[in-house]
Design a protein around this ligand. Structure first.
Ligand code: GAR
Length: 196
């Protein structure tokens, strides 16, 4: 059984779908949920589910990303994860941190990568006049929101959409996509999964 640590920064709805999926004959189980925001709503949701949690506030570290990561790493390494899942984790990680988890770190990003890396993906898709949007799960490499794509799900962009309505539609697909990709990844399958 693969051990999975999940990093969050916010409400943790993707984390919840991952945790709740790792039951029965699933090839993985959750061993830690960690956040850079001590007030992240997801921490309580993880604790309710009996998952150990950790919070390392990035703010006292200022611009010293390496020092923040060293502290975070203590918690992660104590949990001995095989796989690290970023689920709404909003800190950029250093190449050193990423190298430690090469080939075993996943991220979910709310766009159809390679389009719209970075922030404000839904506003950018709307501004561009795109007819569809979606989400991607990819392996994390040193380049931001780059790295081999493991799965994508698409949604239509509808008349009258604003970034919030579009984000909600995409998030529903994130909740379907990420657990399926994690299950496949944990059993060694890195083929791209296309939903819808
Ligand atoms: C999700 O939409 C996720 O794709 C996005 O943040 C949201 C987190 O929601 N991630 C990024 O933008 C990463 N740069 P959640 O906390 O409810 O899972």
């Amino acid at each position: 059984t693969k051990r999975v640590a999940i990093l969050i920064s916010g409400g943790g709805s993707n984390m919840v779908t991952l945790v709740d999926s790792m039951v029965g004959d699933h090839p993985a189980r959750p061993v830690l949920v960690a956040s850079n925001d001590p007030n992240a709503g997801g921490l309580a949701k993880a604790a309710e589910r009996g998952i150990p949690t950790a919070a390392v506030d990035h703010k006292p570290f200022g611009k010293d990303r390496a020092a923040f990561e060293a502290e975070l790493l203590k918690h992660i390494e104590a949990a001995e994860p095989d796989i690290l899942c970023l689920a709404g984790f909003m800190r950029i990680l250093t190449p050193d941190f990423i190298a430690r988890f090469e080939g075993r770190m996943l991220n979910i990003h709310p766009s159809l990568l390679p389009k719209y890396k970075g922030l404000h993906t839904h506003a950018r898709a709307l501004e561009a006049g795109d007819s569809e949007a979606g989400c991607s799960v990819h392996e994390v490499t040193a380049e931001l929101d780059d790295g081999p794509i493991l799965g994508q799900a698409r949604v239509p962009i509808l008349d009258g959409d604003d970034p919030d309505t579009l984000a909600q539609r995409v998030l529903r697909q994130e909740h379907l996509l990420y657990p399926q990709v994690l299950r496949r990844f944990a059993s060694g399958n890195r083929d791209i999964l296309h939903l819808t």
